[in-house]
Design a protein around this ligand. Structure first.
Ligand SMILES: *Cc1c(COP(=O)(O)O)cnc(C)c1O
Length: 416
């Protein structure tokens, strides 16, 4: 194995000062850099042979016939919603507990995002809640594989089939995850992945939309390249000729980044295994702690462990979630919160009039969620540091019953 050149540096410097452990971090190795340099010295910087190779490799890995690379996961979601034929007057149903791009893509095409609450166990969209949101305007359902745990896609597909809807799976957390023996990417009409640095593999920025449908694949490719089409016959007779048949964008992923993606893809299985090992160690350490709820793993899935989100019950641990975040940070451990429900952000709240309490499961989870550090470049030492810090902070919380009461009051009062 080559030396990781951009893994997080040793957290203890020579003078003994401690650096912060990030909640997520990329790993870039020498082979990745060589792959990029090779392309920089080649004929093609963009739209060359590396794009097609990267697409073919990701498609084969996830079990999809067609794969179309994009400049980001967000661009791929935009193209997916457009390819599904969603437009003004239509509605797309998605989860409030997600990154904004999952719902923004519906707005990009002039349609309306409609939210359905999440399932309390997996925090993925609840098929029962989707049922109540379907109208004559609904065109697509966009589940998101929260934390790397696949949404209940069989139940979602059954609903979609009954109502003639397409399913676009936002699998930006879930490259490499499995659902009932099948890999995420082979399940939905279109599935979208991201290669942002916090994900299982990275290209800096980048994304991919995959499908088994030839027509959808064509539309994805066209949307990525200004809505341009060229016929095979014209390629021979007049190679300068093309037609713009719809409004498209420049969402093309450069060869430089596809070469990086291909090099990273070689280590995907290894990255996933490391993430799983860390998650299992955390679960072993935390599942018996009162007031801590470790992530649920349904027996029929293999998660890709993008995140390790725990839920903390302030009254049981004697600390609010926010106080736990602060204490961990004092111990040089960074965490994050996934997510502030989209319906609580000013843009969505003001534009659509959402009220606190509209999505009780997502909002209740949000108040308790904290994502502990989880990335494939973490050392065993880093993992034990997190476990030790958590145990220390939680033990202190319990030792002060009066503070515990105060913290419980704070927790109830701090719901937005
Ligand atoms: C990362 C991510 C995206 C896409 O992000 P990009 O930064 O545009 O690649 C979309 N949805 C979710 C849930 C994500 O986590």
């Amino acid at each position: 194995m080559t030396t990781p050149v951009a893994a997080p540096p040793d957290r203890r410097s020579a003078v003994g000062e401690q650096r912060v452990l990030p909640y997520a971090h990329q790993v870039v190795e020498g082979a990745d850099i060589e792959a990029v340099v090779r392309v920089l010295r080649s004929e093609w910087l963009t739209t060359g042979p590396e794009v097609e190779r990267f697409e073919a490799e990701v498609g084969a890995y996830v079990g999809a016939r067609y794969a179309v690379a994009f400049t980001s996961g967000t661009a791929a979601l935009h193209a997916a919603v457009a390819a599904a034929g969603v437009g003004p007057g239509d509605e797309g149903i998605t989860t409030p507990l997600t990154f904004c791009a999952t719902a923004n893509c519906v707005l990009f095409v002039g349609a309306r995002p409609v939210f359905a609450d999440v399932d309390d166990a997996t925090l993925t969209i609840d098929p029962q809640a989707i049922k109540g949101r379907i109208t004559r305007k609904t065109k697509v359902v966009i589940p998101m594989d929260y934390g790397g745990h696949p949404a209940d896609v069989d139940a979602i597909h059954a609903l979609a089939k009954r109502h003639g809807l397409l399913v676009i799976e936002d699998a930006c957390h879930a490259l490499g995850a499995e659902y009932r023996g099948r890999r995420v990417g082979s399940l939905s009409d279109i599935t979208v992945f991201s290669f942002h640095p916090v994900k299982q593999i990275t290209t800096g920025e980048g994304g991919m939309a995959v499908t088994n449908d030839a027509t959808l694949a064509k539309r994805l490719q066209r949307f990525r390249n200004h809505g341009v089409v060229r016929s095979a016959r014209d390629q021979v007779r007049r190679p300068w000729y093309y037609e713009i048949i719809e409004l498209g964008y420049n969402y093309r992923m450069p060869d430089i980044l596809c070469a990086l993606g291909r090099s990273q893809l070689v280590r995907l299985a290894q990255n996933l295994a490391r993430r799983r090992t860390i998650a299992e160690r955390y679960t072993e350490a935390f599942s018996a702690l009162p007031g801590i709820r470790t992530p649920c793993v349904k027996p029929d899935v293999v998660p890709a462990w993008h995140l390790y989100p725990i839920r903390v019950e302030a009254s049981a641990i004697g600390l609010t979630r926010d106080e736990l975040v602060r204490r961990l940070r004092q111990g040089h451990i960074a965490t994050s919160v996934h997510y502030i429900p989209l319906t609580r952000h000013p843009y969505y709240r003001e534009r659509f009039g959402f009220q606190a309490g509209d999505y009780p499961v997502a909002e209740g989870a949000f108040r308790q969620l904290i994502s502990l550090p989880l990335f494939h470049g973490m050392s065993d030492h880093d993992v034990e540091d997190v476990i030790e810090a958590m145990s220390r902070i939680l033990a202190l919380g319990h030792r002060h019953p009066r503070r515990s009461h105060h913290a419980a009051l704070l927790a109830h009062g701090s719901a937005h």
